[in-house]
Ligand binder design. Sequence first.
Ligand code: FAD
Length: 380
Amino acid sequence: MLEERKDILISGASIAGLTMAYWLYKYGYKVTVIEIANAPRKGGSPIDIKGDAVGVVRKMNIYDAITKKKVTTENVCFVNDKDKIIASMNPSIMDDKIGEDIEIQREFLVNILYEEVKDSVNFIFEDTIIKIENNSDNAIVHFKKKKSEAFHLVIGADGLHSNVRKLVFGKEETFSNYYGMYAGVVDIEIDENRKNNCILYNTSGKMAGIYNFNNKANAILVFHSKEQIIYDYKNTKEQKEVLNKMFFNEGWKVPLILQKFNESETLYFDAVSQIKMDNWSKNRVVLIGDAAYCASFLTGRGASLAVLGAYTLAEAIKDSEENYSEAFQKYQKRFEPIANKAQSSIKAGALFLVPKTGISKLIRNLLVKTLVPLINILRK
Ligand SMILES: Cc1cc2nc3c(=O)[nH]c(=O)nc-3n(C[C@H](O)[C@H](O)[C@H](O)COP(=O)(O)OP(=O)(O)OC[C@H]3O[C@@H](n4cnc5c(N)ncnc54)[C@H](O)[C@@H]3O)c2cc1C
């Protein structure tokens, strides 16, 4: 434990920010988390805790709580426009360690993390940082509503469109690599006959899906778009317009799914992009999670990177004896290969979930029918 507690500010109360808050508090720091929303944000489809991230949640003693809420997807089924199953597979084939990796609804994981830290960490909701004076020995932070304050360190855990990254490192366009796709997620009624099954429907370059878990369901829309679409990413009305334009003429259950998007205020919609930066830190400011190395949902690695990255940085800070630039370098050196590997799996995810042509869809379905059972046998 440090003799003197040091104030650290984290921007973003989601998976990366809350994990970071947990570890820094444990290591004796005084932690403040600022979140632009009025509470930790809900919504989103289930996410995976994979590989070494499982070890981190075990160390946090939340593995059992997560397991209690876990989603078990029995099958991913590809259907035609008559809702007939053409091919299906058990998704555990993609686990790092079968039986160890956990899938959980995003908001449940956020809740579990929030419960762990809410009494020990200072939370500021509905505010945002507007300026950071990033000095060599402290960071003076100016807020939109709250009075300015000096912090020992500032950690940007504020996602793909990170505010801290923009204020300290530069424009989003410099670091964001658009991957030619968009994705949306919204709540929908569960199909009781298809509990724990993820049903996916493809037309060329587009995917619609209904992901039924134990007690609720998400609808998903994904599409390829070579050009980036101009819209305000914070404006849900504009997000809905984009989806309606892309899917207005599609079959299967797409009209119902579009209706759910149109009625929702908590939908999630974003471009599929990755963040690539040479440096994740500058003076007293450092980035974690999607803010630094967003891999995108197509890799299924975002939450694991957020948990593991936060833990790696916390360990480096703990061991740093206040030589923070060395701690940040250690963090990047240890974690960059892991983030790069996760990011590189995006192509396979895109081709698999959203084939661009009718032929590639046929090949995908054929592979699911033939190769997947073979891999399952080999992995046993
Ligand atoms: C509501 C929501 C739904 C999502 N749904 C999915 C999904 O369906 N599938 C998927 O793969 N990924 C989804 N994601 C992204 C996923 O959570 C991340 O890819 C991954 O878990 C890494 O988490 P993160 O903590 O780095 O970033 P995020 O989970 O994106 O969290 C960033 C946090 O920072 C906050 N924030 C943003 N701007 C500011 C600001 N100016 N000041 C303070 N706080 C700010 C956000 O409100 C959010 O709480 C979703 C994210 C959110 C916020």
